[in-house]
Design a protein around this ligand. Structure first.
Ligand code: IMP
Length: 227
């Protein structure tokens, strides 16, 4: 079920690009990446160019659905900053080149629930006091990754308390996990297997945000940056 259960895209669009469980990724030596991460990655899982192409299409879907309204884009930090920035950029281009236009304001909220590659029970919301600006507005929450969906569910409860007019969620990645809360974004970039991924602003203990591709971290990478 989509987070807001109102989006009417067909099934394939709801799941996004589905990456199968047996997808091995691409060998690292076929791509460039920062030298300081050599030995810390297993493979390139989703190359940067593919992320950009998919984001362009998500921007078009959002524009088709929400065009000619005012929206507040709520970027979920830290992991969502790159996806949000690229998505907003694509929507801006579409706004200039089509008959529809979307007036966007951008706001930020910071959530933290992960230590190493494990979710903790303790979800911290930093900047929740600023959510009062969402009252009566059309809100597009932009999140990099939905794993169990617990974070998204908690955030939606907080946002709804401020009585926005409408809420939609765009998530770049959704993991196929057995313990999913069933809370899924309205706009999904990729559905991925249950593996810990880094890059494109997704981190492992704050490292790997400076990596363009989405990659699978290696065991030695996990050991190196463990806290
Ligand atoms: P959920 O509450 O289980 O859906 O977890 C969502 C949050 O966990 C995201 O906002 C990320 O901060 C973090 N997360 C989950 N999986 C990954 C991953 O594979 N790489 C990096 N961060 C992740």
């Amino acid at each position: 079920m989509a987070a807001t259960a109102v989006n009417k895209l067909p099934d394939s669009a709801e799941r996004g690009v589905v990456i199968p469980d047996n997808w091995p990724g691409y060998p690292l030596d076929l791509f460039t990446f920062p030298e300081h991460y050599s030995g810390d990655l297993d493979c390139v899982y989703i190359p940067h160019g593919v992320i950009m192409d998919r984001t362009e299409r998500l921007a078009r879907n959002i524009m088709d659905d929400l065009g000619d309204r005012d929206i507040v884009v709520l970027c979920v930090l830290k992991g969502g900053y790159q996806f949000c920035s690229d998505l907003v950029e694509r929507i801006k281009v579409l706004s200039c080149n089509s008959s529809k236009s979307l007036l966007m304001r951008v706001d930020f909220i910071r959530l933290k629930s992960y230590l190493n590659d494990r979710s903790t029970q303790d979800l911290q919301i930093i900047g929740a006091e600023s959510l009062s600006v969402l009252s009566g507005k059309n809100v597009l929450i932009v999140e990099a990754i939905v794993d169990t969906g617990k974070t998204m569910k908690t955030l939606l409860t907080h946002v709804r308390a401020f009585k926005p007019n409408m809420i939609r969620v765009a998530g770049l990645l959704v993991k196929r996990v057995p313990n999913s809360s069933g809370c899924l974004p309205d706009y999904v970039g990729f559905e991925i297997p249950n593996r810990f991924v880094v890059g494109y602003a997704l981190d492992y203990n704050e490292y790997f945000r400076d990596l363009n591709h989405i990659c699978v971290i290696s065991e030695s990478g996990k050991q190196k940056y463990k806290v």
